[in-house]
Design a protein around this ligand. Structure first.
Ligand code: PHE
Length: 344
């Protein structure tokens, strides 16, 4: 019994003095291990008289338990200390400013283009594109503007040679789409893209700008369909409750032609500097596709009709975001572009 006491005390003293986990593991082996001090106590059993065996066995078991518990306790303590030490070493100052990842933003014209595309895709349109270096044929001839026609003066053109030019309007894409359809109905396309005109650049003019043009051709398409479509677009682009109005206008490829105004989204129609006190803002040109344009592209204009409209994307973006100089879109000043990240 004394021997047991002695072995137990020795083990507990070692555990008490132990300061690291590896050492503790070593103590576990030399005490509780197969050949450890406590296990070898059991071998003493065979020399004892039978009457003392149970009490001895009990005592060794208690000793085992006590040492086990002490090992366990020390283990937890040392682990906690190790963790505390690690946390202390790896401490970071969360009040230090981090290194920000600078990410790009979509260009405001891309935002407006996507918005227009999305709203028309939602109404079953497909998006069509075409070449910026275009044939005079699609830009003018097919749009009912023959050579030497005075209407060509309305769109000062960059010619590459007498037959090839930089397209002056996205109407050229429409003319290609009409031809592609080979007389099949219906046609419902939205055509966004860059266009070019020989304008002197200033706050409201640019020799390169963007348009999106819509075209619908089917049986019984009327001016009312155009009006409903544009009303929907005005509500979506400039906020619910906008009013639209048509004013007579002239385009060679539409008849009748209209200029479309939207009630001012800033003053609600009362009059302000943006709408120049009129309560209305001119946003697009539109009309019913001229029968001759349909016939030239292989449709029977007595059996179908269509509407078309064209909107300037810079103008829409300037109105929506309150931008007062069109040149801001092209100089790529990141301070300007950065302002649109919240609209992504
Ligand atoms: N193509 C015309 C322009 O650039 C706009 C327009 C498109 C007008 C479609 C009517 C129909 O000014």
């Amino acid at each position: 019994m004394e021997k047991i006491q002695q072995v137990q005390q020795q083990a507990l003293d070692q555990i008490e003095a132990c300061t690291d986990l590896q050492q503790l593991q070593q103590i576990r082996i030399t005490t509780l291990g197969k050949k450890g001090s406590i296990s070898s106590l059991m071998t003493m059993m065979k020399d004892l008289p039978a009457t003392e065996k149970p009490a001895f066995g009990q005592q060794v078991n208690d000793c085992k338990k006590t040492v086990s518990a002490a090992l366990e306790k020390k283990q937890t303590l040392l682990e906690k200390e190790a963790l505390d030490r690690q946390l202390q070493q790896e401490k970071i100052d969360i009040t230090l400013p981090g290194t920000a990842l600078r990410s790009g933003t979509l260009h405001p014209l891309t935002l407006v283009r996507q918005e227009i595309e999305d709203l028309f895709i939602g109404m079953g349109y497909t998006v069509a594109e075409g070449p910026e270096v275009e044939l005079d044929f699609y830009n003018f001839e097919r749009a009912n503007i023959p050579a030497d026609h005075p209407a060509r003066d309305m769109q000062d053109t960059f010619y590459i040679n007498p037959q090839v030019l930089l397209r002056t309007h996205t109407t050229a894409i429409q003319m290609r789409e009409l031809e592609k359809a080979q007389g099949r109905l219906p046609i419902k396309v939205i055509c966004p893209g860059k266009v070019y005109r020989r304008d002197d650049d200033d706050a409201t003019h640019s020799h390169q700008f963007m348009q999106a043009e819509g075209l619908v051709v089917d049986e019984n398409i009327t001016l009312t369909d155009l009006k409903g479509t544009l009303q929907f677009m005005a509500d979506r682009m400039f906020g619910k409750g906008r009013q639209i109005r048509f004013r007579p206008s002239y385009f060679q490829f539409t008849e009748p032609s209209v200029e479309v105004d939207v009630s001012c989204h800033l003053c609600g129609g009362k009059g302000c500097p943006v709408c120049k006190g009129t309560g209305w803002i001119e946003v697009l040109g539109a009309g019913m596709v001229h029968p001759h344009v349909l016939d030239m592209a292989g449709f029977d204009s007595s059996a179908c009709s269509g509407f078309a409209f064209g909107v300037g994307l810079e103008r829409v973006a300037m109105l929506k975001y309150g931008i007062d100089d069109i040149r801001n879109f092209y100089i790529n000043d990141t301070r300007f572009l950065k302002m649109f990240d919240r609209f992504d």
